[in-house]
Ligand binder design. Structure first.
Ligand code: SF4
Length: 449
């Protein structure tokens, strides 16, 4: 259980110096207890108190990192039950299984295939991050070989899966700081695997056959000093798994149950007869509340929708996604190319730029900072007014790139054309189509004046 506001207050300096941004230490303590303040905001906490307070101010679901480099996954860290309350922080990781009885050629081919699944969307790179290496016969040497092969041939993070601490030790020994998840400590292996996780500085998964049975395991691991734990309740039916995920999240957030305050690992690969079925289960878990989803394989048609769903669920609903304002060159434009202007709402940018790209007409797209609002909303909010957009065009430097002085505005913002022309003497402001889908035809017929 986390500390209460009063318990936290007792550990603070009680000088009410206000440096943390609130008037009293008591107010700061209350904010800390409810997760609204950051312990680092008070510079006067003693080291001893800091250790105790760090525990109290940690998010109810602890953050856990798995893997390394560009594919490192940061799961957990959640503070709310529902995304619309604030935001979700730790997007779940997707893993696919390699077993130690697969031939090297099969493993190589799978890794090569999985590596090709990279999708750029709204300026972000979406891809699966993890490989689950499953020991099938207790052969530690082969397990280490496969683990090393994954690290040598790819930048996937690893989940090391075995019932045997010795086999897992062999996998950790070739991981060289690449932060694999050790799966999984049970009541019978927890002591050995706590030691292994401490030695290897790796996150540790705990497995039991119910939510309740996980609690003594996590108590033991935490009292041994481990902070990065991942929970598997053992459920392999959809109903039970769903109930367990919700139960863990609610216990951690609403009851401050620290024993269950960790992200989960789930195994759609053990719950459905084919990859499509696994994908459906994984899609449920993206929303409620899987931490890692292990699939039997990765195919484009399965992973792409999951990655998109994850992107949608794990973006901050209070902050629109934006692209950087400026001039974007599409299809290698030159001095005679058309110039269009629109807002910096990501979706607007990607739809408009996609249509321009598909038209194959070399073009400039000027993106104005509209604080992430779409054209209609930005116009209504006064963030896409004629003088503002005109002023932006003037400063953008587009005039030096073209021989004509024509700019095309979105059809929905037709009413700003007059103000823009006043702001941009010598320029012609043309009203483009309302729908981006009509841009290719418009651009093909466009001529500068
Ligand atoms: Fe109290 Fe620390 Fe805030 Fe000062 S900075 S008021 S000592 S909590």
């Amino acid at each position: 259980m986390g500390l209460t506001g009063i318990q936290i207050f007792k550990l603070l300096p009680k000088t009410n110096c206000k440096e943390c941004g609130v008037p009293t230490c008591l107010a700061f303590a209350m904010n800390l207890a409810s997760g609204k303040a950051d312990l680092d905001s008070c510079p006067y906490v003693s080291d001893e108190a800091r250790e105790q307070l760090a525990e109290a101010s940690a998010p109810p679901i602890r953050p856990v990192k798995i893997g390394y480099g560009a594919r490192k996954v940061g799961i957990g860290g959640e503070t709310v039950l529902f995304r619309h309350e604030k935001t979700f922080y730790g997007p779940p990781g997707f893993a696919a299984v390699l077993t130690t009885d697969m031939g090297d050629d099969v493993i190589d081919a799978k890794l090569r295939k999985w590596h090709t699944f990279n999708y750029e969307r709204v300026g972000l790179m979406l891809r699966p991050e993890l490989v689950a290496i499953k020991d099938v016969d207790g052969n530690a040497e082969r397990f280490a070989q496969v683990t090393k092969k994954v690290y040598d041939a790819s930048d996937f993070g690893c989940i090391l899966m075995s019932d045997s601490p010795n086999v897992l030790k062999a996998g950790v020994s070739v991981s060289n700081g690449k932060n694999p998840l050790i799966y999984a400590a049970t009541a019978g292996t927890i002591d050995a695997l706590i030691e292994l996780a401490k030695e290897g500085k790796c996150p540790l998964a705990l497995k039991a056959d119910s939510v309740e049975a996980l609690m003594p395991l996590s108590q033991k691991a935490v009292s041994a000093g481990l902070k990065e734990l991942v929970l598997d309740t053992g459920a392999r039916s959809i109903k039970q798994l769903f109930e367990d995920q919700v139960c863990i999240r609610r216990a951690a957030l609403l009851k401050q149950n620290r024993d269950l305050g960790f992200p989960t690992i789930t195994f759609p690969c053990e719950m459905a007869p084919d990859l499509d079925g696994e994908t459906l289960i994984a899609s449920m878990l993206v929303a409620k509340y899987g931490g890692v989803m292990v699939l039997s394989d990765i195919e484009g048609e399965n992973i792409f929708p999951l990655l998109l769903e994850r992107l949608n669920i794990y973006t901050d609903p209070q902050r629109p996604m934006t692209v950087t304002p400026g001039i974007y060159e599409i299809n290698n434009p030159g001095p005679d190319s058309p110039v269009m202007v629109t807002t910096n709402f990501s979706l607007t940018y990607f739809i408009v730029s996609g249509e321009i790209e598909s038209s194959r007409v070399p073009s400039y797209l000027v993106i104005v900072d509209s604080e992430g609002l779409s054209v209609m909303t930005a116009w209504a909010a006064g963030k896409f007014s004629g003088d503002y957009v005109g002023g932006f065009i003037k400063k953008s430097g587009i005039a030096e790139k073209t021989t004509h002085k024509n700019v095309i505005i979105p059809g929905y913002a037709a009413s700003i054309s007059g103000d823009m022309e006043e702001e941009l003497p010598g320029w012609k402001v043309k009203v483009g189509p309302r729908e981006a889908a009509h841009l290719p035809k418009y651009l093909k017929e466009w001529k500068p004046e």
